[in-house]
Ligand binder design. Structure first.
Ligand code: ZN
Length: 390
């Protein structure tokens, strides 16, 4: 029998957030004198060492000869986004940049590999290192069990955008739904076709949505939105394919749930909707939010032209969620402005360590982080700025 102590131990061992909390310890700062004067008034994070094993799910690659492309206009609002982070090599060469839309709080890498690079990557290389996951397809009950409660017709037609191995569509199929899927990775799409016994479209998602002549009772994107070049466009195309009373379901990564190093370097996660982005998107597209779990960035919408827009808009609050996030992720409270402070972080997902130092300029003493952006990440031992892919 379990003692109270053991039960408590078990409960406490359960992580309270989905992504690991990173343990950070103080170390002596690296010598960055050779670049120290060129950094201006921004908060700088000097990365001394960050390695990945060849078997890791993620890999740090150099941007190399691929020219990065400018994505600094918010595709939802058509206005220029504000830069929040940028990555540099030790010779000043520029890498990934991230920005936020001042209108809808959409976060995106505003300098990143071109769309063609991603099309190729998702088609041929996506998750190729994840052998165990890729060769064992198992049915997943979510989100089918949740969404099924909101479906109003017999044998609903369900489309999974970016269906991967078909594991989540299987949940719908077993509940009596007719299922469709589209998937950019040819290898994964083939596995899904076999697993479900239906034809899965392998190729460009936008092309599929443009050509589809079926009306669906449910369309969903499960952890797919962040990988799209223009998620607003994909969602608008999907909405056009919804039958009356149909639902649109989205679950995605949440920017502030991820580690800051991960966010600034993971090029393959191209953008994030914030809570405000989802709400604004719903208003613009006459969608009623019928279920949400905001911590998990999970939303279920239904078309409804009668929802009073003014009423929804008043519920939308623009919280300065980034200020709190930057403060916590960089342990800024423990740093003396004008002094270089060294840290070592346990980078949870792969049991790796990142050695880095943070410098807050003296003038920033009483200023908020968000008033002196972008935060600069400088790799002091690498000429070319690295980008994380998987
Ligand atoms: Zn926007």
């Amino acid at each position: 029998m379990l003692s109270i102590k053991n039960i408590l131990k078990r409960i406490l061992r359960k992580p309270t957030r989905k992504y690991p909390v990173f343990s950070i310890k103080k170390v002596s700062p690296p010598d960055v004198s050779f670049i120290f004067n060129s950094t201006g008034a921004n908060i700088c994070v000097y990365i001394e060492n960050w390695e990945f094993n060849t078997k890791d799910h993620c890999q740090l690659i150099s941007s190399g000869n691929s020219k990065l492309v400018d994505y600094s206009v918010c595709p939802g609002c058509n206005i220029t986004m504000h830069k929040i982070t940028e990555v540099f090599g030790n010779d000043g060469s520029e890498g990934l940049k991230t920005g936020i839309c001042p209108e809808c709080q959409y976060i995106r890498h505003i300098d990143n590999f071109p769309d063609e690079w991603y099309s190729e990557h998702f088609r041929n290389k996506w998750l190729e290192r994840d052998e165990s996951r890729e060769s064992n397809v198992e049915k997943k009950n979510e989100p089918a069990e949740l969404i099924n409660k909101y479906l109003k017709v017999q044998s609903p037609k369900v489309l999974d955008i970016g269906c991967g191995l078909g594991d989540r569509l299987k949940g719908f199929q077993d509940l009596g739904c007719e299922v469709w899927g589209c998937e950019p990775s040819e290898r994964r799409g083939r596995i899904a076709s076999e697993f479900l016994g239906v034809d899965i479209f392998c190729g460009d998602i936008e092309e599929y949505l443009e050509k589809a002549d079926i009306k669906f009772d449910c369309i969903y994107l499960y952890c797919v939105l962040a990988f799209l070049s223009n998620p607003f466009d994909v969602l608008e195309k999907a909405i056009k394919l919804l039958s009356p009373d149909a639902v649109l379901y989205i679950k995605d990564g949440n920017y502030t749930q991820h580690n800051f190093f991960h966010n600034s370097h993971l090029g393959v996660m191209r953008s994030f909707f914030s809570e405000f982005t989802f709400e604004k998107f719903a208003i613009r597209n006459n969608l009623e939010i019928i279920y949400s779990n905001k911590v998990e960035s999970e939303y279920l919408f239904r078309k409804n032209d009668r929802v009073p827009k003014a009423q929804i808009e008043s519920h939308c609050k623009r919280e300065n969620f980034l200020e709190k996030y930057f403060q916590e992720e960089l342990s800024l409270k423990s740093i003396t402005p004008g002094k270089l402070e060294g840290f070592e972080m346990h980078y949870g997902p792969f049991d790796r360590r990142v050695k880095y130092a943070v410098y807050v300029p003296e003038g920033n003493k009483n200023r908020s982080v968000t008033s002196s952006l972008p935060i600069k990440f400088i790799h002091i031992n690498k000429n070319l700025p690295p980008i994380l892919v998987k």
